[in-house]
Design a binder for this molecule. Structure first.
Ligand SMILES: [Zn+2]
Ligand SMILES: [Zn+2]
Length: 341
């Protein structure tokens, strides 16, 4: 039986095709996709960046119901709703042995180097499938981006009672904001150009919101004359990264979370970083942090329903990727592709 899949056949060409339905091999499960989130990475892949191999079924934020288990799978059953960790690591290389699985020297990932979730069925190692309780598939599909946020939190190690400044109130920014708040940060100030996003940030727990623009710098200095303990960005904008140190308090921790263009560079003052005891922290992908994300989702401590702006069928993936060229889509937040929708 063939299935329908959104396939990037070559850079900048996306087609919905009939392809063979995969069969789970030893140690694998097959998942009937309930929802797959659209992410900036999918757009980069569409444009031919990263180590993409075409043809590729993209989509790495996947949740669905197990419909077949392969030989040797003991701890999962058909009918279970699972969230998939897309990172497939070898477990044997130098990076894996150091516990840095997302840097595996033989890195593979669902929706990046192997068939992902913008289709009806996806096969994954059973060890990548995490059973989910009390969530819809669309909510469970947030386990992957929130797992990346969880890794960022583990990298950042926020101090209890500290305060944070966050640039960017897109879906990732709004997840990061909530994760900071459930990780002991007392107050988060959020900056974004879009007032609707700032309003949502406020609803989800932001202590203050500031619209980006010329008066922003003064507004932030008025809020925290000595600077913020944590300055994080979820924008991928080099200009934002350059501006971050000026808002940090002495001893401040700066988290670069957004995906900047690979060739971008920024100007920073080494003297300033030295003299004010600043820390500059990067965070890449997720590293075994999907269960932590699920615990935040299942406990209701982190809200994701308000982040879903669109639910669309496979045929609309192209529109979702290029939403900026479709005024009708408005200010998209997280777009969920529902293959059976
Ligand atoms: Zn993603
Ligand atoms: Zn490895």
């Amino acid at each position: 039986m063939p299935m329908r899949a959104a396939v990037i056949t070559q850079p900048r060409t996306l087609e919905v095709l009939e392809v063979p339905t995969p069969t789970p091999g030893p140690g694998q499960v097959r998942v009937r996709v309930g929802a797959t989130g659209v992410c900036g990475t999918d757009l980069h892949l569409f444009d031919g960046h990263f180590h993409a191999r075409f043809p590729l079924i993209p989509g790495h934020e996947i949740a669905g119901v197990i419909d077949q288990v392969g030989p040797g799978v003991s701890d999962l059953q058909e009918g279970q709703l699972v969230a998939l960790d897309p990172v497939i690591s070898c477990g044997q290389c130098w990076a894996c042995r150091r516990g840095q699985r997302q840097h595996c020297l033989r890195f593979e990932a669902l929706g990046v180097t192997q068939a992902g979730g913008f289709t009806q069925y996806v096969v994954a190692p059973a060890t990548n499938a995490y059973p989910v309780q009390g969530l819809s598939a669309a909510e469970a599909a947030f386990a992957e981006p929130l797992g990346c946020v969880a890794w960022g939190i583990l990298r950042l190690r926020p101090e209890p009672g500290s305060n944070a400044l966050l640039f960017g109130a897109g879906p990732i920014g709004l997840l990061l904001m909530q994760a900071l708040l459930v990780s002991g940060v007392a107050e988060v100030t959020v900056v974004d150009p879009v007032v609707e996003r700032l309003a949502l940030a406020k609803t989800l727990g932001a202590s203050h919101t500031v619209q980006s623009g010329p008066p922003m710098a003064q507004a932030l200095r008025d809020l925290k004359p000595h600077g913020f303990d944590i300055v994080a960005e979820a924008t991928g904008l080099p200009g934002v990264v350059e501006a971050m140190p000026q808002y940090a308090a002495v001893g401040g921790r700066l988290l670069i979370f957004g995906v900047a263009p690979e060739e971008a560079t920024v100007r920073l003052s080494p003297y300033d970083i030295f003299q004010r005891d600043l820390s500059l922290i990067g965070s890449f992908s997720l590293n075994g942090t999907l269960p932590l994300a699920l615990s935040w989702l299942e406990s209701g401590r982190i809200q994701v329903k308000p982040l879903i702006s669109h639910r669309m069928p496979l045929e609309d993936l192209h529109k979702a990727l290029k939403y900026k060229e479709h005024p009708g889509m408005g200010e998209a937040l997280k777009v969920m592709i529902i293959p059976e929708g």
